[in-house]
Design a protein around this ligand. Sequence first.
Ligand code: SAM
Length: 372
Amino acid sequence: MRHLSVPSAQTQQWLERCRSEKWLAEHTGVSALEDGNKAIPLNDSAPQAGDESWMGNALVALEAKGKAPSHWSEHLDRELYEAHKDDWPKAYETQGDVLIVKIEDSIWPLAETVADAMLTQLPSIRLVCADLGVHGDFRVRDLHPLASRDGSVDTRTRIRENGYLLWVDASKVYFSARLSNERIETLATAKRLAARLNRGIVVADPYAGVGPSMGALLSEADLLTGYHTGDLNPDAFELLSQNIAHLASKRKTLDGSEPPVLDPATVTCSDATTWVDDEALRGSSDMLLVNLPHDSIEHLPHVLPLLRGDQTAVLRGWAIVERTQEAESQQRIEAAIAQAGHHIESMQFNEVKGFSASKSFVCFEAWLGRHD
Ligand SMILES: C[S@@+](CC[C@H](N)C(=O)[O-])C[C@H]1O[C@@H](n2cnc3c(N)ncnc32)[C@H](O)[C@@H]1O
């Protein structure tokens, strides 16, 4: 296989050039040559030896490296890798074709090199961004583009979760793929409620983000008869509207007939705490999702009136609470439910594992009986 022989210090720069020109051979890696140069594997579309693109660097014939690198860090120069052994990112997150990675300050000058190695290793990734933390009222991530496969730095992308498609944009709207299991649980609860009521249900999802919970619920045949959904962040509202329109168009029924029109079917860009002022929304929903983890419990008195009081209804929410205050948090939820006139048939309050060590991320689910 033809390889481009380049001085070791220029390896990343040539790797980037070859990748952007689509000259890089896939499923193999950079080799070290005896003269200290590095050999970059080329595919058949790369120019011939002596082409001016190579700027005087030679092409050499080498056996393709037997085993393809299995980790992005194997594309880094070995000496460079060893020099910063403990500082390289150990994890990253992907949203569609966008990869998001936290870079330690100590290796920030090498951030583009990291991104380049990641693009080389991961063919499905278009854009690598550094995660600079969350900012603003809507707690969205401050992303800094590091390297792009095609020059585009747009963080908007489409993901597939549990079988449904969602438009997401990590620099504008909160979305966490880590919560996809919660969506599966939300669906299971909704199906239990529909079975209990012996009919389709109406769900309220006033902190919907891009609408992942709606993705799970709308994809289930014959489950929803309607929904009220929305988000205060205008960017979330835009993606949510687009996702709901797509999800609704893909609805199916168990008997293969045309799905009935969803009614209600509202998507709004508004503050959830004001929904209660709309008479049409009070007592409109069988199931309420409250996903504003830093403020869910405080918001409960404002959103609980959205639930029906004349039949069984379900509240499902998520909250971040101090580990030492779990019992107190559960009591505050129960008090808000009682204050809203509901009585609790059953209540679950469980930690969702894998978040912060100092605080708990909990999911609470209350089945509420009819108002007395
Ligand atoms: C933690 S995210 C949850 C998003 C979505 N449910 C999910 O699981 O991906 C909370 C969402 O609530 C929105 N939000 C914040 N305050 C709000 C409010 N007062 N009313 C409605 N939405 C709000 C944010 O913009 C954000 O999209």
